[in-house]
Design a protein around this ligand. Sequence first.
Ligand SMILES: [Zn+2]
Length: 370
Amino acid sequence: MNMGHKIRIYPTPEQEELCNKSFGCARFVYNHFLGMASESRFESYNKYNKQLTALKNELPWLKEPDKYALQSALEDLRDAFNRFFSRQNRYPKFKRKHGPKQSYRTYIVANQGKDKINYNIELSKEAIKLPKLGWVKANVHKPIDGQIKSVTVSKTGSGEFYASVCVEADSVSQIPSGNGEIGLDLGIKDFVVTSSGEKIANPKTLAKHEKRIALLQRNLSRKNKGSKNYAKNKAKLAKLHQKVANIRKDFQHKLSHRIVRDNQIIIIETLRVKNMLKNRRLSKAISDVSWSRFATMLEYKSKWHKREFHKVGAFFASSQLCHVCEHKNPDVKDLDIRVWECPKCKTVHDRDFNAAKNILKQGLKELKTA
Ligand SMILES: [Zn+2]
């Protein structure tokens, strides 16, 4: 299994231009061969790869960017067709020039030098070496262990550049086993509520930025679409959205790391997202907390560190059961009820803690019978 590390990079104007060319050429290659393929036919990768060489002689500008980016584009197309043929995906679509995120992937190649092996990708404390670009200034917060396999260079809608460094996870150090067991509930007010009695809120800075986003959005709707101010505001808005996304991701990475570090068994609830989206108030909460991405982080980090990760069945009524006597209290369906007393055993419950405890209990039961 592989592991990705995303770092911010700061290309010079020349490097930026070359990145933009690589985005464009990778997209061109993808679209070109997609145009040649059809629903019934995707010729072999090798055949297309030979044609790519010929195409490069015809169109010399294709030789300018990172050549591995072009090959990766062809590989991506092959994978997209494989998924289509095995009915996992729809028919591949053409990539748009003005998509929200531009990217290309490049991979590591070793060359035997005179007295040592040279790699086309290298990482230092404050820079990353990439094919054609050379050393690009980068913000590497912590050392990246393991053998680098590939790097995806991307540019966000607000013009920030990132490099996602993919390393082989076999060589990643494992966290020693924790011995806790934990159940997690998606909070409405909080991000996560745990069976061990912790309520973890979203970072406070998020609310502040979100207020500002709402304000800018309102301003934007009043402005003239063609005006200079409109463009300026739109750029500001994109930057702010990016910032919020970064804060949220960082928060979720740290939290999922801590939970996986401290526990051997991690149980969460299977969310019926479609059902929940019908309820408008909850839908905001869901998009806000982006729970499903967090769940994915927990899942893959659990795999890396050999933890047991389990989702309890979708129809398990985690909120309505009393975790002490298992009496079911349908009154609790009402989301406004934050604290309730079990009519049978008289235990007073905090709605979310009780749910998290039930999730843990149920998960352990399901793991035993599985
Ligand atoms: Zn009870």
